[in-house]
Design a protein around this ligand. Structure first.
Ligand SMILES: C[S@@+](CC[C@H](N)C(=O)[O-])C[C@H]1O[C@@H](n2cnc3c(N)ncnc32)[C@H](O)[C@@H]1O
Length: 156
C-alpha cells in the first residue's frame, strides 16, 4: 500500500528533511511512504488568512488521488496508542485503498479538509510545529509497521 503524507510547508531545514527520510527509507517497497509538500500561502501584513487557509485546503485536496482514505492530523483527533495505530494500519491494508494523511499549515487545516476526513489522528494534546509533525508521523507509522511485521524495531 501507499501512504501519502500531504503537508503544507516547503523548503524545510535540512534536519527536518533528514529526520523524515530516516524513517521513510526504512519502509519496504510494498509499503511506501510518500511526501507531497504544498506551498504555503504568503502571509503578509494584511493577509486574508481565511482565504489562504481555503486555498491551502484546495491544494491539499487536489493532491489526494481519487479513492484514497483521507485522515487529518489534528490536535483534537483520536490519540491512538502505538498498538492501536498498528491495528488501524491493518484495517487500512484490508480496506485496499491507499491513505492520504493531511497536515495543515500555521493556522491548521481548512473546514473543507476536515469535512473530507474519514478519520482524525492526534499525536499529542500539545500543538506541535508542522515540520516536526511529519517526522513524528513517519516514525509512528514505521513503529506500527514493525509491530505488524514482527520486526524488532519496537520493543514492549
Ligand atoms: C502548527 S499546527 C496548526 C495549529 C493550528 N492552530 C491548529 O489548531 O490546527 C500545523 C499542523 O500540524 C498538525 N499538528 C500539530 N500538532 C498536532 C498534534 N498534536 N497532533 C496531530 N497533528 C498535529 C496539524 O495538522 C496542524 O494543522
Amino acid at each position: 500500500m501507499q501512504i501519502q503524507l500531504l503537508a503544507v510547508g516547503q523548503k524545510m531545514p535540512a534536519w527536518v528533511t533528514e529526520g523524515f527520510q530516516q524513517y521513510q527509507k526504512r519502509f519496504p517497497k510494498d509499503f511506501e511512504l510518500m511526501l507531497h509538500e504544498i506551498a504555503p500561502g504568503k502571509r503578509g501584513k494584511n493577509a486574508d488568512i481565511s482565504r489562504i487557509l481555503r486555498q491551502e485546503g484546495e491544494a491539499l485536496l487536489a493532491a489526494v488521488p481519487k479513492g484514497n482514505r483521507i485522515i487529518t492530523l489534528e490536535v483534537t483527533g483520536k490519540a491512538w496508542q502505538t498498538n492501536e495505530l498498528a491495528e488501524q494500519m491493518q484495517r487500512w491494508q484490508l480496506d485496499g485503498r491507499n491513505v492520504s494523511l493531511l497536515i495543515g499549515g500555521p493556522e491548521g487545516l481548512s473546514p473543507e479538509c476536515l469535512q473530507h476526513a474519514e478519520q482524525r489522528w492526534s499525536l499529542s494534546p500539545l500543538t506541535l510545529p508542522h515540520p516536526l509533525v511529519r517526522i513524528v508521523v513517519a516514525e509512528s507509522l514505521y513503529r506500527a509497521w514493525s509491530i505488524n511485521n514482527n520486526h524488532p524495531y519496537h520493543r514492549e
